[in-house]
Structures are given as C-alpha cells and as structure tokens.
Design a binder for this molecule. Structure first.
Ligand SMILES: [Zn+2]
Length: 489
C-alpha cells in the first residue's frame, strides 16, 4: 500500500514539475497570447501516459507546448467542453492517397494516412506528387508489387494481371528487385510492402530475399499474405507460417495486414501464432479493419479459379462496389473482364469483434475511395471503432480504442521513421495533430450501398497545429500535411 502511495506521490510531483517547467523561460509580454491555438476544457486522453482529464492545451508553431488546468490564452481558441481531445488518428493502411481520400480521412479524424501494403515503385516521385498539396500527413513504403509490375511490364493498375502475377522471377530479376527496394528504403520509404496473393508466382525464396533487404534497414515488411481461408494445405495459417519464418530467419520486422479478411474463422489461431512468435522475440505487429466484408479488384489473382472454396463464399456474397449490386455467375464473368472493385461479405461478425478486442491488434482502414465509390472502411473506420465498438457495444474502452488508432501505429513506425515519436500522443513536444470529437455522437455513416457519407461527431481536427475541421466543417483550401518519411541516404 505504502509503495502505491509513494508511486502516486512521485507521479503527482513529476506532473506538477513538468507543468511548471512549461513556463520556465517563457517571457511573453502582457496581453500577448502565449499560444497560436488553445483548446479549452476538453477531456484530454493520451494513450501513452494514460492521461485522461479535463484540461487545456496550448499549441505553438505546430506542436503541443502545454497541457494544464490553468487559464491560457491563444490567438485562436477552441471550446472543447464536453468533447474528447485525442491524438490525431493514424491510418497505417490507407490505399487512398489523393485529395478525395484525404477529405474522407480527415472527416473520420485521421491526421496521418500511410500506404504501406502496396507501396510504390518510386518513393521520391510519390512524395513529390503530394508535397504542399495534402490535407493530412502521408507516407509510403517501397512496394514489392509495383516494382515487380514495372520490372515485368505488367499492364495491371492497382494489382498485377500479367507477368507480375503469374511469372516466376529469374535470379537476375530478383537481384534487380532487391536493388530497387534498397533504393526505395534509401529514399525514406517506410518499409517494404508485399501482397503475395497478388503475385502468386513470387517464390518463397524471392520473398525472403526482399525480407533480407528490409532487415538491413530494420524496415518493417508490411504483408498481405499468400493465402486466405481455411482449406489445407494452402490456407491462411500456412501463409502466416511463411512470413513469420521469413521474419525469424532474416530479422526483418513483420506487419500482417487485415488479418480477419485472410484468416476468417482461423483468425484467433493466427493471433495465437503471432503472440507465440512475439514471445520468442520475433518482431510482429498485426492489424484489422472493423468490417465483415473485404474489398479488392475482381480481375486480381484472388478471384482466379477456385476462389469460392478458398474464401468459403459464393457469387451472391459478392457486391459490385460501383453499383452496390450482388453478383451472379454471369455478372461475375462480365466484370472480371472489365475489372473494378468488388466487395465480398466473408468475415464472421464474432471474428471481427474478437480481433478488435485483442490487445495486440492495430485498427487500420485498408480504404480506397474512387469518385465516391468503394468499401465504407475508407470513410468510416475510425468513427466506427469509437462509436460502435467503444460506445454502443462496449467491446473495448475509449482509451483502448484510441490506443489502437494512435499510439500503436505510431510506435510501429518509430524505428524506420523517428518523426513518428512525436505523433500518436498528446504531450508537451508532440506534433499538434489533434482530433476533437463528441464521444456521445461519434459514429460512421458510410455503408456498403452509400459509402461516401462522412462520419458524424468529428468536431475539430488539427494537422500540425492548423485547424482543418472546425465545428464539423472541413477547410479543404490549406495543405498542412507533411511527408512521413524515413531517413534519406
Ligand atoms: Zn491487402
């Protein structure tokens, strides 16, 4: 007991000293506001320190400078009474990386969106294209798939449809891919992206060779695994074995994307495998999205012959993203020729819930909206976590829900991008990426039929100290988003 009192006293003193120290050396003239922006009387939640208290926040030059209960003044002030003030949400898996998608993201509370699974074949160009034009912070990995597509002149778009999917790489092509991934990481790529299901002809050796490059940079390998579903021998469990081994053998950190949409009802066993490997010091993280349907391109290798048995679904479980219609054998054949996004209702609801509730699982959207069409995860993932799974279902606590969409993704990337140490938290010195929401109102509104509906309850969003959403209204004429990038060599 007495040690607990001592501990409490220690923390009290530490907090008191840190609050006082924020004022040391500050000599503002009377009448001049101390801060650019102040956020007053909000319930401030920081998942790293477990701070959860009504407080004021002072922001200057893009960073949080003070968290205190005392009165503070700023040139602009936000009244956050009755609202939660949280670190800006970080979407560690966001394919949509254009102005349209950034609007959906920010209106869902996201201040940093990262394309890590697919990645890019040209890291420099990817960042150049978004410089000074982005509402939110953004970043990309060096992508095995787009590099393989470029090398093999694959005519596909989002995913390969030709040689990059179906032809084995020669030894000399593997050497070229290794060099290209090295280039991408040297240019600040945030890891190496893989989608073995989209490149079924990429051998296990080829994948391991790419992991070896990543290991040299301590860069995470962000992986959409080779197989989905329950059917032995080529099921999601064997696919997870492949990448855990590659990580253990090479030493490259591993991040497994959207585990529920590959593992289905085997997901709990796969999470057990990941935890066991972690207990033996294999560096693995994992994410899911909070929905029971998947979405990808119909022309990709995922829908090659045999998909019904592998995925445990049939034509009627497929929904055409552009129109919302359910498919049959004829429309499937037709759309596979033209190509486009298809939604598959294939993940059991209890698996979605148990995975969200698992303490090691990060939540990310895997979203990509095109002209208002797409899977609702691209629009509503984050509000859905906090509205449905935290408030309505009480599946996880508010601080736990926030941890999964702020601190956990930030920490995953700190090794490759030290700038992430200042994101995903609210503390003195943190970047002022802040999302302020009404905990009683927040909810997703995007549905499979009407995906282009902004989430409700996101009241204010600040990106690097700039107020982008004010009283629920987006200002899309300023572009404070910065590049999240590893060290450039
Ligand atoms: Zn994927």
């Amino acid at each position: 007991m007495s040690s607990q009192i001592h501990k409490a006293l220690f923390w009290f003193l530490l907090i008191a000293v840190s609050i006082v120290s924020q004022f040391c050396g500050r000599n503002s003239a009377p009448g001049i506001p101390d801060f650019d922006v102040v956020i007053l009387n909000g319930r401030v939640i920081d998942p790293e320190s477990n701070l959860d208290t009504i407080s004021n926040i002072g922001i200057k030059e893009g960073s949080v400078q003070l968290i205190a209960v005392k009165d503070i003044k700023g040139r602009t002030s936000i009244d956050a009474r009755g609202l939660v003030v949280a670190p800006g949400f970080i979407d560690i898996h966001s394919h949509g990386q254009d102005p349209e998608n950034y609007k959906y993201k920010i209106m869902d509370g996201v201040t940093t969106a990262l394309e890590l699974e697919m990645g890019t074949s040209d890291v420099d160009r990817w960042y150049e294209e978004r410089e000074g034009k982005s509402l939110i912070n953004h970043g990309v990995s060096a992508g095995h798939i787009p590099l393989r597509m470029r090398l093999m002149n694959d005519p596909g778009g989002f995913a390969p449809v030709g040689d990059a999917a179906y032809r084995a790489a020669s030894d000399s092509e593997i050497v070229v891919l290794k060099e290209e991934i090295t280039n991408g990481l040297n240019r600040g790529g945030l890891g190496v992206g893989f989608g073995m299901m989209y490149t079924p002809a990429a051998s296990r050796w080829e994948i391991m060779e790419m992991f070896r490059v990543a290991a040299g940079f301590k860069a995470p390998c962000i992986v959409h695994m080779r197989y989905a579903g329950l059917k032995e021998p080529n099921n999601a469990i064997s696919a997870l074995e492949e990448v855990i081994s590659a990580s253990a053998i090479t030493g490259a950190p591993l991040h497994v994307v959207h585990i529920t949409s590959l593992g289905f009802s085997d997901t709990p066993r796969m999470l057990q495998m990941i935890k066991e490997a972690r207990s033996h010091n294999v560096d693995i993280s994992v994410e899911c999205y909070p929905y029971s349907a998947t979405q990808t391109t119909i022309e990709s290798a995922i829908y090659d012959k045999g998909w019904q048995e592998i995925l445990g679904i049939d034509y009627k479980d497929l929904q055409w993203a552009a129109t919302g219609e359910r498919l049959n054998a004829e429309s499937f054949a037709e759309y596979r020729k033209t190509g486009g996004m298809v939604i598959a209702h294939s993940i059991p609801d209890e698996i979605v819930r148990s995975t969200i509730a698992d303490s090691i699982v990060i939540i990310a959207s895997d979203g990509d909206m095109k002209s208002g069409k797409g899977h609702p995860r691209g629009v509503g993932t984050f509000a859905r976590v906090l509205g449905k799974y935290v408030r309505e279902d009480k599946l996880i606590s508010l601080s736990e829900g926030l941890r999964k969409i702020t601190l956990m993704p930030a920490k995953r990337l700190e090794g490759i991008a030290p700038m992430m140490k200042n994101k995903g938290r609210i503390c003195a010195g943190a970047d002022a990426d802040i999302t302020i929401f009404d905990p009683d109102q927040i909810i997703d509104q995007a549905t499979y039929e009407e995906p282009a509906e902004y989430s409700m309850g996101i009241k204010y969003v600040l990106v690097n100290g700039i107020i982008m959403v004010e009283d629920g209204q987006l200002d899309d004429g300023i572009f404070p988003g910065i590049a999240i990038r590893g060290d450039i060599k």
